[in-house]
Design a protein around this ligand. Structure first.
Ligand code: ATP
Length: 234
């Protein structure tokens, strides 16, 4: 579904990614892990068309991504939940969800979509008319995920969704990701909470200093404490 070959990325003159190649199959959950500064966010930003300069090739669902603008990538069925969530102040939960429909392909009935999403996110269902930013950090994260999910993307890229969130919500999030996977949604999960991510994922990829240094099944990395210690210790 997503095929990245020899991706290089720069912030100004700072060369951040060095020949990253990454494949994610349809319906797969891949955990992208590594230390702070390893290049995980930069990889996601490159996929979404948000980096100032990249080279290399990126295909999504058989289409070349490189020449497309960020909003065109959303329309192809790629969705992104950034680390900073970006819940819009002054808008209710419902209105924040409506923004997710604007970014999608536009063929979805709004009322039905919000009803359906409210079933999957019970915490949001009770708060549809509350201002989004008045919710707890974890609830706002759920809203950011719901907003990314509402237009039924084929693949969702998540940047550290569990960060700073209370354990009960992290558990709920895990249940939700499994449900999305069961529905055939492909997930790329960037996480510092490595064990949690590996329990959810099918495969793991480790980035270090802008390069892929390891790829395996999640079980294999879960069992390899040395490798986790070497490349994923915070
Ligand atoms: P973290 O978990 O800390 O976000 P990461 O693996 O996601 O880590 P990136 O954010 O992709 O890492 O950062 C990769 C490298 O690029 C780091 O050396 C970082 O300092 C640098 N970098 C990130 N954002 C910028 C920026 N806007 N301008 C210049 N350099 C940046």
């Amino acid at each position: 579904m997503l095929e990245i070959k020899d991706l290089n990325a720069w912030y100004g003159s700072s060369h951040t990614l060095h020949g990253v190649s990454l494949n994610v199959k349809q319906g797969e959950v891949v955990a992208l892990v590594g230390r702070n500064g390893a290049g995980k966010t930069t990889t996601i930003r490159s996929i979404m068309g948000l980096m100032p300069k990249i080279t290399g090739s990126m295909q999504f669902d058989g289409k070349n991504l490189v020449s497309l603008k960020a909003h065109e990538r959303y329309r192809l069925g790629l969705a992104y939940v950034p680390e900073e969530r970006r819940i819009v102040p002054g808008l209710t939960v419902r209105e924040n969800l409506q923004l997710g429909l604007v970014a999608g392909s536009g063929k979805i009935d709004e009322r039905e979509a919000i009803e359906e999403i409210a079933e999957s996110f019970p915490r949001l269902k009770e708060r549809l008319d509350q201002e989004g930013v008045t919710m707890s950090g974890g609830e706002q994260q759920m809203l950011a995920i719901a907003r990314a999910t509402i237009a039924k993307p084929k693949m969702i890229l998540l940047d550290e969704p569990s960060e700073g969130i209370m354990p009960v919500l992290v558990e709920e999030m895990g249940v939700l990701f499994r449900k999305l996977r069961d529905q055939g949604v492909t997930l790329l999960l960037v996480e510092q909470n490595v064990e949690w991510a590996l329990r959810l994922a099918d495969r793991a990829v480790i980035l270090d200093q802008g390069e892929v240094v390891y790829e395996s099944s999640s079980e294999a990395l879960l069992a390899d404490k040395d490798m986790q210690e070497r490349y994923c210790a915070v």
